[in-house]
Design a protein around this ligand. Structure first.
Ligand code: BT5
Length: 298
């Protein structure tokens, strides 16, 4: 699906929209491909045959993705790590209805009931580490783009949280790389979005799109999410700027837990590699995303 079509599908994730708000040619294209239906009142909806499964993802995504879909899986990132090699222009996409052993950073548990989007994007282009690490930021910004299009205003909390309008954690990103020497040979960018999930099925402090929008069709989000991810990861400067615009951490007094140290200071800016700069009252400390175990705004 092209960008304009992917964006419309994302708007439809939260329910019908008036066909009058979508260019006629695009409506015809989406109808011809049986991705949407139009009611007598002129409202577009996602086609009822689209579900969150492998065949539907093949219909909404381009052929560049090698898709592996599971009803239940331990962790989509773990499957992504062991996928057979991809061609240079190809991306792997691993998804599941439910994860039994979903993982966050530092091997923390990631709760992944049905109704959420649990995806991992696999890329085998050899890259230098700082470029590969940018994917983490690019995916977080892409999530805010997608949920914003679906109707939820989200912000970013450094290093990798997407936060909903009332402060709960809506999504998280887990980037893993397999390196040889100084080259990252495979990156697996995992993203978990609490889409059509009842918040009572989630840990305290979490929120979901359903909590803000009512019923959501998660498949509607995927093509636009991945289109935005690919766009952001190609432009470091634009991604950093977009990240900073969306970030609620900058300017705040924060406490950061590292493995063997706790630092307090004011978050002032983001470095090119995604590190956070803290003003600790005279001193300047730079913290890499992977070194941060926890951050709290004071
Ligand atoms: C993250 O870790 O935020 C990264 C989450 C990445 C999950 C995706 S799902 C697809 C792919 N496959 C995987 O196995 N993982 C990736 P972190 O910053 O460490 O946050 C983890 C913390 O968030 C936990 O300790 C809980 O407090 C909280 N948490 C767990 N599940 C949650 C959920 N569904 N929604 C919001 N918060 C959650």
């Amino acid at each position: 699906m092209d960008h304009a079509g992917a964006r419309v599908l994302c708007r439809l994730a939260a329910g019908p929209v008036s066909a009058a708000t979508v260019p006629d040619r695009l409506v015809r294209r989406l109808l011809t491909r049986s991705l949407v239906t139009r009611s007598a009142a002129g409202e577009l909806s996602l086609h009822e045959s689209l579900a969150l499964d492998g065949p539907s993802l093949r219909r909404v995504l381009s052929a560049r993705y090698r898709i592996r879909w599971f009803e239940t899986v331990e962790s989509t990132n773990a499957v992504g790590r062991s996928m057979s090699p991809l061609a240079r222009q190809q991306r792997g996409l691993v998804g599941a209805v439910e994860q039994r052993g979903g993982r966050g950073r530092h091997d923390r548990e990631w709760t992944s009931p049905p109704g959420g989007l649990w995806l991992s994007v696999v890329d085998d282009r050899p890259r230098e580490p700082s470029t590969a690490w940018l994917d983490q930021l690019a995916m977080a910004v892409a999530v805010t783009d997608a949920v914003d299009t679906a109707g939820v205003d989200a912000t970013l909390k450094w290093p990798n949280d997407v936060v909903g309008p009332t402060g709960g954690k809506l999504a998280g990103v887990l980037l893993e790389g397999q390196s040889r020497g100084d080259t990252v040979e495979r990156s697996v960018c995992g993203v978990g979005i609490n889409a059509d999930v009842d918040p009572t099925a989630l840990p305290p402090g979490a929120t979901s799109l359903a909590e803000h929008l009512g019923a959501v069709q998660p498949v509607g989000l995927v093509a636009w999410l991945l289109a935005r991810f690919e766009t952001h990861r190609q432009d470091r400067q634009a991604t950093l700027e977009a990240w900073q615009r969306r970030c609620s951490t900058l300017g705040e007094a924060v406490t950061v837990w590292l493995t063997d140290e706790v630092i307090e200071g004011v978050a002032t800016s983001l470095e090119d590699d995604g590190s956070l700069v803290l003003d600790t009252g005279g001193d300047r400390r730079t913290i890499r995303p992977d070194a941060c175990r926890r951050l709290r705004v004071r």
